[in-house]
Write a protein that binds this ligand. Structure first.
Ligand code: RFL
Ligand code: PHB
Length: 396
């Protein structure tokens, strides 16, 4: 097999929110990049994942001219409910913080970014395989891969961005001993479903119930997104549609007779609840961003927003490094991202522990959790602090 050689300033592995956004931000700063994605375009545009965008993410999409569809179809929310003791306790986000969240699916952001790439002829190579990173310790790292036509390619770069998520190759390409990994696993998972039925409530509902956590969210006026806490070793085949609805109805039940609108389930998947941070987020000319470097439990909707925060910083750092010969922002990239990451990690873990039923907790610990929930909604300063963390830190 012959190997074609190509030159590009930045090779980006992964076309999730991190990789696509980085490529577009680099383009806006005149830095050329190529995105390499192992899946096809259809898969990337249909994958159901994040739903909640913080205001910094929304503002950035608007600032770079990609906010039009989000403005029309995104659902702005000014608060959400914490439901416990079979009652709603509203957290008025906007009243407490002046900010809001926007419900707009991750795959819609992917579609907007992919379309913007197509309009400007920016390269995204879908369906690549055998991606491998080389010479990361030098100023001329390279990425080898096999393209969709089966041709071997050697991409010579000035920097490589590992935006290939938790299961990607980038993080594992670093020499052993470089990374320190911090991990924590919760003893439960989430079953997520997408239902073809209008939301049953105008806002998100996070329900803490003695049978376990449940979440009512949405994607559009016709699509409801719902989650259930399940056992860590549970499997999809144990959750026929009728059982999913029965359990959701039980956990979201209220004293005044709340009922979910039921409908056909379009998607069903299981997500283990775990956290992970790899430090540092760069080595030589490889920069990790998004889920490739950190996972936060999705209870506090932060993962995609963190990925966007990382690449905003990375685009600036790479521009300074490659166009201004200024290595300083690249040198401090990891440290400054990690500050935000640990803050989000702390919040998401605390929110997870507060809302889920821990199978290993004793009655004393359960009482403490209930006290924490009550305090969060009854003290204005506690609610304000919670709301501030939930909507997310502004980008510097
Ligand atoms: P992604 O989205 O995983 O994208 C990585 C891309 O890399 C590709 N890839 C490769 N390509 C080439 N060669 C290889 N060897 C490759 N290996 C992998 C993959 O195919 C993929 O296209 O990572 P990225 O870009 O860092 O984005 C992170 C977000 O996807 C993630 O943090 C969020 O989905 C987390 N998350 C949420 N975040 C929020 O901000 N708000 C939310 O409401 C929210 N809800 C959620 C979530 C995550 C969830 N799950 C499924 C974990 C709800 C759920 C249930
Ligand atoms: C979602 O709609 O997928 C969603 C909403 C809120 C979360 C997590 C996920 O905290």
């Amino acid at each position: 097999m012959t190997t074609h050689t190509r030159d590009v300033e930045v090779g980006i592995v992964g076309a999730g929110p991190a990789g696509l956004m980085l490529s577009y931000l680099l383009h806006l700063q005149g830095v050329e990049a190529v995105v390499l994605e192992k899946h096809g375009r259809h898969h990337v545009e249909q994958r159901v994942r994040a739903g909640v965008c913080g205001q910094p993410t929304v503002d950035l999409l608007r600032d770079i001219g990609l906010g039009a569809r989000l403005g029309l179809e995104g659902l702005p929310h000014h608060g959400f409910s914490l439901r416990f003791d079979r009652r709603d306790h509203r957290v008025p986000l906007t009243e407490l913080t002046g900010k809001r969240i926007t419900v707009y699916g991750q795959q819609e952001i992917a579609k907007d970014l992919i379309r913007a790439h197509a309009e400007k002829n920016l390269p995204i190579e879908f369906e690549v395989s055998d991606v491998a990173l080389h010479d990361l310790d030098t100023e001329r790292p390279c990425v080898t891969y096999v393209d969709a036509d089966g041709d071997a390619v050697r991409l010579r770069c000035a920097a490589v961005a590992g935006c290939d998520g938790f299961d990607g190759v980038s993080r594992h390409s670093l020499p052993s001993g470089v990374l320190t990994v911090y991990e924590h696993e919760f003893p439960y998972a989430w079953l997520g479903v997408l239902a073809h039925t209008p939301p049953s409530h105008g806002e998100l509902i996070y329900a803490a119930h003695e049978r376990g956590f449940a979440l009512h969210s949405m994607r559009s006026p016709e699509l409801t997104r719902l989650y259930l806490q399940i056992d860590l070793d549970d499997r999809l085949e144990h959750w026929p549609d009728e059982r999913v609805w029965e359990e959701l109805q039980r956990r979201l039940d209220t004293v005044d007779g709340f009922r979910l609108r039921e409908g056909p389930l379009l998607d069903k998947s299981i997500t283990p609840m775990f956290c992970f941070v790899a430090e540092p987020m760069c080595h030589g000319r490889l920069f990790l961003a998004g889920d490739a470097a950190h996972i936060v439990p999705p209870t506090g909707p932060k993962g995609m927003n963190l990925a966007v925060a990382d690449v905003r910083r990375l685009a600036h750092a790479l521009h300074r490094l490659l166009r201004r010969c200024d290595p300083e922002p690249a040198r401090t990239y990891s440290e400054s991202c990690l500050r935000r990451v640990w803050c989000a990690q702390q919040f998401s873990c605390q929110m997870t522990a507060m809302l889920h039923r821990d199978p290993d907790a004793d009655d004393f610990a359960r009482r403490l959790t209930l006290a924490q929930l009550r305090h969060t909604v009854s003290s204005r300063s506690a609610a304000a602090s919670f709301a501030e963390d939930y909507v997310g830190l502004p980008f510097e």
